[in-house]
Design a protein around this ligand. Structure first.
Ligand code: GDP
Length: 195
């Protein structure tokens, strides 16, 4: 999608810093290094909107991206680092709990997973958070280009089963390299943003 404007509004450490806006928001979550920044950049047709390759433990912030004063992507810091402290884990949980329970313009969650790997318990926790708060969920399996065509179907099935996706919970094969899936994901997200 081509936006005239696509910019980071704020990296918010806590709810006091959330932007004062009523744009509809979609949350993007996934394990660190899964390809989330690349996904944001590919979706917005930008090279460096979201920083690619952030280092472990660096970010505990929600990043709000304003797209043409119409939509907001809310980028959740990558989770799943082995060395995260218990205090950091609690803080992360609190941040997500605050967001999901208090942010009224939240419209949906996109969970980004690496197509090559089985989703983790952290991924399951994240998707269950969204289900609990009854916001629509979809899953993007990125890095599809790294899979042999013979493996693709099997991996998508594994992801679907591990996350126990219902019929309504879409799973999109995606690649920031080949641009596979961009149109399909936008086609799904626009009605969600506008719901
Ligand atoms: P993040 O930590 O989740 O934001 O992940 P990044 O977007 O920084 O990506 C992590 C690494 O995976 C980088 O080296 C990217 O170039 C690479 N990557 C991300 N998406 C894809 C993809 O669709 N295909 C391939 N081949 N590499 C990707």
């Amino acid at each position: 999608m081509n936006f005239q404007k696509a910019e980071l509004v704020i990296s918010a450490p806590d709810k006091k810093s959330w932007p004062d806006s009523d744009l509809p928001e979609i949350v993007l979550a996934g394990r660190s290094n899964v390809g989330k920044s690349s996904f944001i950049n590919a979706m917005c047709n930008r090279k460096k909107l979201a920083y690619v390759g952030n280092s472990p433990g660096k970010t505990r912030l929600l990043n709000f991206f304003n797209l043409d004063d119409k939509y907001m992507f809310v980028d959740v810091p990558g989770y799943g680092y082995a060395k995260i402290s218990k205090a950091q884990l609690i803080k992360f949980g609190q941040m997500m709990e605050d967001y999901f329970s208090e942010r009224s313009q939240k419209k949906g969650l996109v969970l980004i997973v690496d197509a090559r790997h089985k989703p983790t318990d952290d991924d399951i926790t994240m998707i269950e958070f969204a289900r609990y708060y009854e916001i629509p969920v979809c899953v993007v399996a990125t890095k599809m280009d790294k899979l042999k065509s013979s493996q693709r179907h099997k991996q998508l099935k594994l992801i679907r089963q591990t996350l126990e996706l219902s019929e309504d919970e879409k799973l999109f094969p995606f690649s920031s390299e080949t641009k596979q899936g961009i149109d399909e994901v936008w086609e799904y997200l626009i009605p969600i943003f506008e719901s």
